[in-house]
Design a protein around this ligand. Sequence first.
Ligand SMILES: Cc1cc2nc3c(=O)[nH]c(=O)nc-3n(C[C@H](O)[C@H](O)[C@H](O)COP(=O)(O)OP(=O)(O)OC[C@H]3O[C@@H](n4cnc5c(N)ncnc54)[C@H](O)[C@@H]3O)c2cc1C
Ligand code: FES
Length: 228
Amino acid sequence: MLWIPDVDQKPFSISFDDGKTFGLTVFKRGPLTEKLFELNLGDRVGITGPFGTSYSIKPDYHYYMVAGGYGAAPLGNLAERINGAKIDFIVGARSHDLLLFEDRLKKIPNLNLHITTDDGSAGTKGRVTDVLEKLLENQNDDKRILVTCGPELMQTAVLALANKYDTKCEVSVERHMKCGFGVCGQCVVDDLGICTCMDGPVMSRTIANQIFELGKYHRDKTGNIIKF
Ligand SMILES: Cc1cc2nc3c(=O)[nH]c(=O)nc-3n(C[C@H](O)[C@H](O)[C@H](O)COP(=O)(O)OP(=O)(O)OC[C@H]3O[C@@H](n4cnc5c(N)ncnc54)[C@H](O)[C@@H]3O)c2cc1C
Ligand code: FES
């Protein structure tokens, strides 16, 4: 959780971590993130955490990582931390200029990078899940796991493929968070009643399949339902 006094506190994923320093990748969108972009080198922010769950590290598995938008941040970090795993990394964006970490990902050993853009300005034109399904059809590994982070409808499409191909899968369920450590109840999901800040954001296929609201709706900061 990143806090700027007198502004707000919001959740962010860890984008890189070398054991001495860590980094966040921030998309400028509202009051807190706009303020963050106005800060100078040496200005301070409050950080608490890390909270919640993270992706499994299974070096003997074949990983299929599917990232959209700033979802490339935690998955880029995961790809750098798994030593020895074979990785197919599928990253999607609306257009080439919005694509994150192309150079960074190309440096990771054992990683095949697949790029998709909505407008065809880089990589394959179309959806990340089209590329994922072709890979799943053509590669027959004993041990494989799909991990995904990004827009919820993209993640639910990945989850549907995991169900179709009966494959392990981990998704990142992002809900509005206030405290970040299980006290306020803001981030609870229907109808399991679990907190996504503590029992998530990363959840297994089994749990994700039981979240009724996944891919249908989420709640804003006052608890009102917002449909996807
Ligand atoms: C687990 C998790 C990890 C995240 N990781 C990243 C990341 O690595 N990089 C990144 O740029 N963003 C990340 N976000 C989203 C980030 O928290 C929002 O972009 C940020 O809260 C926006 O705040 P704001 O004041 O600038 O804009 P606001 O105008 O307050 O919000 C803009 C939009 O961000 C979302 N949002 C706002 N407040 C929250 C909140 N408290 N909890 C969850 N979503 C919120 C809503 O969809 C809202 O419409 C993550 C969110 C979650 C839940
Ligand atoms: S954000 Fe407060 S309980 Fe999850």
